[in-house]
Design a protein around this ligand. Structure first.
Ligand code: BGC
Length: 313
């Protein structure tokens, strides 16, 4: 019996990962003949709600608990409850600090390495700028950009931006930051913020670096609403390979970075299974006995088809 609590069930990446998790669980049941029971809770962005949900999962007899923390700096109540009842916890996607993960032996983390996605995004942006002169609208040889950032304090927001920009520069492209806005991973917020950035910087924006695909699409919504023709748009780049794939395919985005939700869901299911059945974890290649991190991958219109729905497994 697996209990799961997600920080927000309407988050695109997390909900797609949950769908994959359930599919892998069905496959695992078929393979092993072991019934897998999954109870999923939505914490609706409240850490105290999530803490009560974990308490509930323990009362309900869950063998293992998977937590997508609301506040990644506040896992204490959950860790204490788990340890007191000796139920292992797999944290995922929203990474707690190492000191917290070290607080008890039966705590694990499944996710990715944020800086890697930033590096790939920076490489893609640089390659686009160096190969397509039309992206340098004012012809000054400098890529003028704005950034749409995810939640403040999320490991993937700050780190992605930092590495994306530094990699672009290391790849030989001079960048100039015009502005940025926090849009909390959210498409509608990104549209509003992008419209504001456009009214401030007009057509001097040549690149929109978005920390995820939802926000990249929000930027595109704003571009469409602005009445600019497509060849007047800045280049737009995202991360996740979720809702952005379609836009990469039809060249509204110059690329995205695939955040391996299938791999993460599969790894989390296998880990949960081994923890529940008391088997040994040696086949799972845990880093430091606690971490599973799946690699990111670069996606452009050349290879986007292999990432589109149904082709990724
Ligand atoms: C994803 C975002 C998502 C966030 C939620 C990130 O890794 O890239 O799309 O909103 O996780 O925690």
């Amino acid at each position: 019996k697996i209990g799961i609590s997600v920080y927000d069930q309407y988050d695109t990446f997390v909900s797609e990962m949950m769908k994959d998790f359930n599919d892998y669980a069905t496959k695992k049941e078929e393979e092993t003949g072991v019934a897998i029971n999954i109870d999923t809770y939505n914490a609706s962005a409240s850490q105290s709600t999530q803490n009560s949900q974990v308490e509930n999962m323990i009362t309900e007899g869950c063998d293992v608990i998977c937590v997508n923390l609301v506040d990644r700096t506040d896992p204490t109540a959950i860790i204490d409850l788990a340890e007191k009842n000796n139920i292992p916890v797999i944290f995922f996607n929203r990474e707690l600090v190492e000191e917290d993960l070290e607080r008890w032996t039966r705590l694990y983390y499944v996710g990715a390495q944020a800086f890697e996605s930033g590096i790939m995004q920076g490489e893609l942006a640089a390659e686009a700028f160096l190969t397509d002169q039309s992206l340098d609208k004012n012809g000054d040889g400098i890529f003028q950009y704005v950034v749409l950032e995810g939640e403040a304090g999320h490991q993937d927001a700050i780190v992605r931006t930092e590495y994306s920009v530094s990699t672009m520069i290391d790849s030989g492209v001079e960048g100039e930051k015009l502005g940025y806005a926090i849009a909390n991973w959210n498409r509608a917020q990104a549209q509003t913020k992008m419209a504001q950035l456009m009214s401030q910087f007009g057509d001097s924006i040549e690149l929109v670096i978005a920390n995820n695909d939802d926000m990249a699409l929000g930027a595109i919504d704003a571009l469409k609403a602005s009445g600019l023709t497509k060849d007047e748009w800045p280049a737009v780049i995202g991360i996740d390979g979720t809702v952005g794939l379609e836009a990469v395919k039809n060249k509204e985005m110059i690329g995205t970075v695939y955040n391996d939700k299938e791999g993460q869901a599969d790894a989390m299911l296998n880990l949960a299974y081994e923890l529940s059945t008391g088997s040994d974890l040696s086949d799972l290649n845990l880093i430091d006995g606690k971490y599973i991190r799946l690699p990111y991958a670069r996606v452009t219109c050349d290879d986007v088809d292999s990432y589109m729905e149904g082709d990724t497994e």
